[in-house]
Design a binder for this molecule. Structure first.
Ligand code: F6R
Length: 251
């Protein structure tokens, strides 16, 4: 695991976006694994800017998203499909036929089959990732097991509360979601992991410090990934004592 300690979130997002774009520059038909939430927004902003300036060409890529709320339609402003269209797809001209995101209002079993069939027959070249306050990656909530495939998950009250900032009230936040399992995340060739903010400190400690890999903090499994780079700003990183096997780069 590599840890890139940056001056601030903006620099983390820029470097993270550069890592993803370098993969696409090397292989124009890359499959990008994508994430939503507040943390990756600036990554998308940088990538959109690079497309406009002619510094990267996304016309050959395909994408697969980690997760979607069950019950929210594609046109719902809080759905992850809507998020992706708004921050990335529409701005970069990425066509719907190149995009895999669970559909939150389709038949759940058929949707799991559709996502798993695709995920099991295509390898992600680079996976963009962030972490929840409770250590979740994708929507893999604290559990007594690690899931391999896309599956249904009940969202914890902590996650619902944390994500309610984007909804009018907590009652509106869905209680369940479809998420890629950590098995799918771990099969990505490369992981570009971005985190920021004091509220993520405990999750990042569990991932970067010496300690067990545990499904109670699902992100800890990243310790086993052969090519995972974490971008973390100094304000958070200075409170962490990374394990000896973490390769540290200060920029
Ligand atoms: C979303 C996802 C989640 C978020 C996490 C952090 O696709 O996979 O794991 O990355 O909940 O969300 P923010 O960035 O909003 O704190």
């Amino acid at each position: 695991m590599k840890l890139v300690i940056t001056k601030n979130y903006a620099q983390s997002a820029k470097l993270c976006s550069e890592m993803i774009m370098d993969v696409v520059r090397e292989k124009r038909d890359s499959l990008l694994g994508l994430a939503t939430g507040s943390t990756p927004i600036q990554v998308y902003d940088y990538m959109v800017k690079a497309v406009k300036e002619g510094n990267v060409d996304f016309s050959g890529i395909s994408t697969i998203n980690l997760d979607e709320y069950i019950g929210l339609s594609n046109s719902n402003h809080n759905s992850y499909f809507y998020f992706m269209k708004k921050f990335f797809f529409d701005k970069c001209g990425i066509k719907q036929g190149k995009v895999m995101i669970p559909n939150g209002t389709a038949d759940v079993n058929m949707e799991l089959e559709r996502m798993n069939n695709y995920a099991n027959s295509h390898q992600i070249d680079v996976q963009l990732l962030s972490v929840g306050v409770n250590g979740h990656i994708g929507f893999n909530e604290p559990s007594d097991r690690f899931y391999d495939q896309y599956h249904i998950v009940n969202l914890t009250e902590q996650t619902r509360k944390s994500n309610s900032r984007l909804f009018t009230s907590i009652e509106e936040v869905p209680r369940s979601a479809i998420t890629m399992g950590v098995g799918g995340i771990m099969r990505a060739k490369k992981i570009a992991f971005l985190a920021t903010g004091e509220e993520k400190l405990n999750a990042m400690k569990a991932i970067l410090e010496k300690g067990d890999v545990t499904p109670e903090k699902q992100g800890t499994i990243l310790k086993f990934h052969p090519d995972c780079t974490v971008f973390l700003d100094y304000a958070v990183a200075e409170k962490i004592t990374p394990a000896d096997y973490v390769e540290i780069h200060r920029v």
